[in-house]
Design a protein around this ligand. Structure first.
Ligand SMILES: [Zn+2]
Ligand SMILES: [Zn+2]
Ligand SMILES: [Zn+2]
Length: 164
């Protein structure tokens, strides 16, 4: 199993580097059956620094049909392993949850960052979206996507997975 390439910047460092047994444990603790597609998709999310779209998964895993990938993704969203990140171009991305998420409580108030250079979306789990005050309205969710240049692009290093 590959070590976590994010190293000290990785917000999932508490479980990295992930081993096969760790993925199994993670699935079990979220009451999911262990299947090859779940292990593969999970591994992809852990070794990718940024959020992934359904299209990214389809491109990576042509060995699985769309239905399998779709179900795998939905089971992760349902159980609190992944959360959906709305994207202004209409194609949602999905990011890993922290260990606090469960099937019953799955809350996300962190900032998402979209890089204008590589197009990747990152979860900034340490940065919480400030509460908007809207008297008379009941707020259910707040989403904030900040656009700019990510750390990798700022350094001028071309990310290995860049897509246009
Ligand atoms: Zn979550
Ligand atoms: Zn970038
Ligand atoms: Zn996120």
């Amino acid at each position: 199993m590959r070590p976590c390439y994010m190293q000290q910047d990785c917000i999932y460092h508490y479980i990295c580097p992930m081993k096969y047994s760790d993925y199994k444990k993670l699935l079990k603790s979220h009451s999911l059956r262990i299947t090859d597609s779940r292990i593969d998709v999970l591994e992809k999310f852990f070794r990718t620094k940024h959020a992934l779209s359904f299209k990214d998964l389809e491109e990576e895993f042509n060995n699985y049909d769309r239905v399998t990938l779709y179900r795998t993704l939905n089971s992760f969203i349902d159980k609190g392993i992944l959360h959906k990140i709305p994207n202004e171009d209409g194609f949602a991305s999905y990011g890993l949850c922290t260990e606090e998420c469960t099937q019953v409580s799955h809350r996300h108030d962190h900032v998402h960052f979209k890089c204008n250079v590589c197009g990747h979306i990152e979860c900034l789990q340490d940065h919480i979206v400030p509460k908007v005050q809207l008297p008379g309205y009941e707020i259910e969710t707040q989403n904030l996507i900040v656009n700019g240049v990510c750390k990798v692009c700022k350094k001028g290093v071309v990310p290995a997975t860049t897509k246009t």
